[in-house]
Write a new protein. Structure first.
Length: 245
């Protein structure tokens, strides 16, 4: 036991001396260095889960991830039912998707890494068709949609960002991922130009994006969008396998 401790002390002393020598050699000049490490993160997300009525009768289902806006943040999931698919489900509408509606904590915005972890969990534990995973969101959720799409474009079949904004550099990482964006022409909160610039930039990068503008709408461009059956038909018409042909 004493011998082991002695050897360990000698090893640590040698490493410390070696490190000090490297530092002294590099003082006053630049040197090339490298850091390779692993960062782990705890993900804690509350979410609403909707399973289609025929969930037990089929092997897999498309998944729709809905991201709410800034006003629905917190720790009360009832707030998430204020807009979008969760609101429609609460009113009795049936969807052919598994619909997942997470809640973002107060004073935060959507984190693409946390959303990716949520998707991984859902795929592992539910009958998710990995060929048909869709994301949509409004305002802050529209921003979250753009960001997540840039993060994992090869895992998503299509996205619908509504009155969102994003990074003009990151958007080109989305490749050919189909995008149908929506915005109100008179939006006083997130200017229409935010969506126009992203769609134009993505298409200039060889992407596949289109934008629908409501000429008389202000910030609420989501009610009309989510009430339109054509949106869901368009989403279901998209799949990863078709894009990779």
């Amino acid at each position: 036991m004493k011998k082991t401790i002695l050897l360990l002390f000698i090893l640590l002393f040698s490493i410390a001396c070696s490190s000090n020598m490297i530092v002294k050699e590099n003082m006053g000049k630049q040197s090339e260095q490298n850091l390779k490490t692993e960062i782990r993160k705890t993900v804690d997300i509350n979410y609403l889960l909707y399973l289609p009525k025929d969930y037990d009768l089929k092997e897999k289902f498309p998944l729709l991830l809905f991201l709410h806006g800034a006003g629905e943040r917190g720790n009360d999931l009832q707030l998430v039912k204020k807009h979008g698919p969760p609101k429609l489900i609460e009113e009795g509408k049936e969807f052919p998707f598994i619909v997942v509606s997470p809640q973002c904590p107060l004073n935060k915005r959507w984190d693409p890494d946390e959303l990716t972890a949520l998707l991984d969990y859902l795929i592992e534990n539910y009958k998710v068709d990995k060929d048909k995973i869709y994301v949509t969101g409004l305002s802050m959720g529209g921003n979250g949609t753009w960001r997540l799409a840039a993060k994992i474009p090869d895992r998503l079949a299509a996205v619908v960002p509504i009155c969102g904004w994003g990074d003009l550099f990151e958007v080109c990482m989305m490749g050919k991922l189909p995008v149908w964006a929506f915005h109100g022409a008179k939006d006083p909160v997130v200017p229409l130009k935010a969506s126009e610039d992203l769609v134009q930039r993505l298409n200039n990068c060889g992407g596949n994006a289109k934008l629908t503008v409501y000429p008389d709408a202000e910030h609420d461009s989501w009610t009309e969008t989510y009430n339109n059956p054509e949106i869901y038909e368009w989403l279901l018409s998209k799949s990863l396998s078709d894009r990779n042909k």
